[in-house]
Design a protein around this ligand. Structure first.
Ligand code: PLP
Length: 338
């Protein structure tokens, strides 16, 4: 059956590099949203905990509940469903979130330092503090997000500058309202490696931990190792005659007589149709014809076929980014840690 292999040693190697860059592993909040970028939520949570990571970031409360036993701190990016779990921190993405969150829960305030997607505008900082206080929420943190940390441009600098100013304003508001000292965090993977240090309480790292961070060529990139490999198994082989055509609509036509085999993976597993025709496996095999729902044909007869071991290369063939390649991989694929 098509399956995913997760390399523990590569994941730990990446976490070593991340910990060395931000100062210590206690500062790492591992981003496990969207099934841990397709790697498998429980598999990666267990590995992270084994390594000594104590903080995680997810999108929904339901994900946080599944991994609760592995961590001391879980930031929930976009959900207001109630929970009394003391480990959970709810992100406030807008003033409206404050009224939606249940009284007494722990919250972290997202501020807009320039991405203009969500987060409180700097001029509304004081109002947000007041509303959080009035609503009897427990504010524990202030954070923001970089929009262009992977590009060589000035944005990375002025977003950091804006965040530092907001940190300062937040400290005096925190003291005024009697909240506990705040956790501050701005950097994602790309921002961490640009900064080369962590001037905040923690970093929120996703793609670098999975080993497929991409930066502009002019920016120094760390020597990370991809954690995930995708394999498929052969269902059938045949020999094509010249002019035989393969798959739906027969978009591939054999010019010479050669072998074709069909494997048990398709777009319903996350092998997007846009892979064809440019994609090549690490061994150089190509897709013949269209990708079907559960099947794809390649010009090889191997029993087991390594589809990819570096999502960045698959991304280039299908004109997207490694994040999309990985999160497309469906939860039903078996995952094995080696
Ligand atoms: C997804 C996400 C991250 C992780 O970004 P990477 O580029 O994968 O390191 C960090 N912060 C927030 C708010 C996110 O949504």
């Amino acid at each position: 059956m098509a399956h995913i292999i997760l390399k523990r040693s590569s994941f730990f190697h990446n976490l070593d590099i991340i910990a060395a860059t931000c100062g210590c592993k206690e500062k790492i909040a591992l981003v496990l949203k969207d099934n841990a970028y397709g790697h498998g939520l429980l598999e990666m949570a267990a590995l992270a905990s084994e390594y000594g990571i104590t903080k995680a970031v997810v999108r929904h409360v339901a994900e946080a509940e599944r991994i609760e036993r592995y961590f001391d701190y879980i930031l929930i990016l976009a959900d207001t469903a109630p929970s009394t779990n003391e480990k959970f921190r709810y992100a406030i993405n807008s003033l409206e979130d404050i009224a939606a969150l249940h009284v007494n829960c722990k919250v972290e305030l997202k501020v807009d330092t320039g991405m203009h997607r969500h987060g409180i505008a700097p001029e509304l900082l004081e109002e947000a503090f007041q509303r959080i206080y009035n609503r009897k929420l427990r504010l524990t943190g202030l954070f923001s997000h970089h929009r262009s940390a992977d590009c060589l441009s000035s944005e990375w600098f002025w977003q950091r500058h804006n965040f530092e100013a907001l940190k300062k304003a937040a400290v005096s508001l925190q003291q005024h309202y009697g909240f506990e000292p705040l956790t501050f965090h701005l950097n994602n993977s790309a921002a961490l490696f640009r900064e080369g240090a962590c001037p905040d309480t923690m970093v929120r790292v996703g793609i670098a931990a999975y080993g497929v961070l991409e930066l502009e060529p002019t920016l120094p990139a760390p020597a990370l190792e991809p954690v995930l490999s995708l394999y498929a198994y052969k269902i059938a082989s045949r020999t094509l005659n010249p002019r035989d055509r393969v798959g739906y609509s027969g978009t591939y036509t054999a010019e010479t007589s050669h072998d074709v085999s069909t494997y048990d993976i398709g777009y319903a597993d996350g092998l997007m149709r846009s892979y064809a025709p440019r994609f090549r496996t690490p061994q150089g095999h190509t897709i013949l014809g269209r990708i079907s729902m559960d099947n794809t044909s390649f010009n090889t007869s191997a029993e087991e076929l390594l589809i990819f071991n570096d999502a960045r290369k698959a991304a280039r063939a299908s004109n997207t980014i490694a994040y999309e390649i990985l999160t497309a991989l469906k939860p039903h694929l078996p995952r094995k840690v080696v």
